[in-house]
Write a new protein. Structure first.
Length: 308
């Protein structure tokens, strides 16, 4: 079901002293800097003695990133201007976050995000996207899938999301697929009220610059080969031997399999594709490696046009 959108009462921020078994108010309910909210994420940095509060819902979905110092009792809105807001998570509800104090990073997984195509909706659509915030650079960056064909969890919110800092592994369980999800249960019936029971592990890898360059070269040359094979099969095979083979990682079983599939595709073509389709696919793949501000919108622009 959607997040609660009726009248709410908020209670401010409190501190509980374990030794004395007492509560103490830190920030009032009427605080304008650290506004009370529901459905937010909050992390604690033990070395800096700071609390990090993300997004949530009050009268509407919030997109702020607040830092509260336990020692000085001050609040800083990191999202107020500056380049840090570019490529940052959207406003959302039940967004999940973890912290790695060794890497000095915060990892954020999107939850229920506002649907900008319909401002009249009380709630948005569940989305699956991972962001990494670096304390040193004070910037957010989106995480790109290592393989566009790899399996991934369906969009969701209100899920469990925990982090093992020793193995640098995230674990995600359950959640709600939301009204905008294309999730279907085992019977093939779409159900927005479905409660998920799947369990996933996520590891964020950071390939070196040379490896990224080689991977992009392989992707571009692979599509150039497929383009050539439409009009010049012999020339395409020569290009495969002289250019594509040089950037293939033959120790990687998936890349090796893709390379062999390219060879057989010349003699046993599957679904026919034209040059425009191939180049559009390549463009979409390459845009995944660029920040959102440098790529075209992923949504259909016609969805943003109000009905006449």
């Amino acid at each position: 079901s959607p997040p609660y959108s009726g009248a709410s009462e908020y209670s401010g921020m409190f501190e509980y002293q374990i030794t004395s078994n007492t509560w103490r108010a830190l920030r009032p309910e009427q605080d304008t800097l650290l506004r009370p909210r529901i459905g937010h994420s909050m992390l604690y940095h033990p070395d800096k003695r700071e609390l990090y509060v993300f997004a949530g819902q009050r009268e509407s979905f919030l997109d702020d990133f607040l830092v509260y110092s336990l020692d000085s009792d001050t609040v800083n809105n990191v999202m107020c201007g500056g380049e840090v807001k570019v490529d940052a998570p959207e406003s959302g509800f039940t967004m999940r976050a973890t912290i790695d104090t060794q890497l000095e990073e915060i990892h954020m997984m999107s939850g229920l995000s506002k649907d900008h195509r319909n401002e009249n909706k009380d709630f948005g659509d569940a989305r699956t996207k991972i962001y990494v915030y670096n304390f040193k650079t004070n910037k957010w960056n989106g995480v790109v899938k290592s393989n566009e064909n790899s399996e991934e969890p369906c969009p969701r919110y209100a899920h469990m999301f925990v982090y093992d800092s020793r193995t640098k592994t995230h674990y995600m369980f359950g959640g709600n697929p939301g009204s905008g999800s294309s999730y279907c249960d085992r019977t093939g019936t779409s159900d927005k009220d479905k409660r998920l029971d799947d369990f996933w592990a996520l590891r964020i890898s950071r390939p070196a610059f040379g490896e990224m360059k080689r991977l992009l070269q392989f992707t571009v040359r692979k599509y150039k080969f497929m383009d050539l094979s439409l009009t010049d099969p012999v020339g395409a095979l020569l290009y495969l031997q002289q250019s594509v083979e040089k950037v293939v990682d033959h120790t990687n079983p998936k890349e090796e399999a893709q390379f062999h599939e390219l060879v057989t595709s010349v003699f046993t073509p599957d679904t026919p594709r034209d040059t425009h389709t191939l180049r559009s696919e390549l463009f979409d793949i390459l845009m995944e490696y660029f920040p959102d501000r440098m790529s075209q919108p992923k949504e259909n622009l016609t969805d943003y046009v109000p009905p006449v």
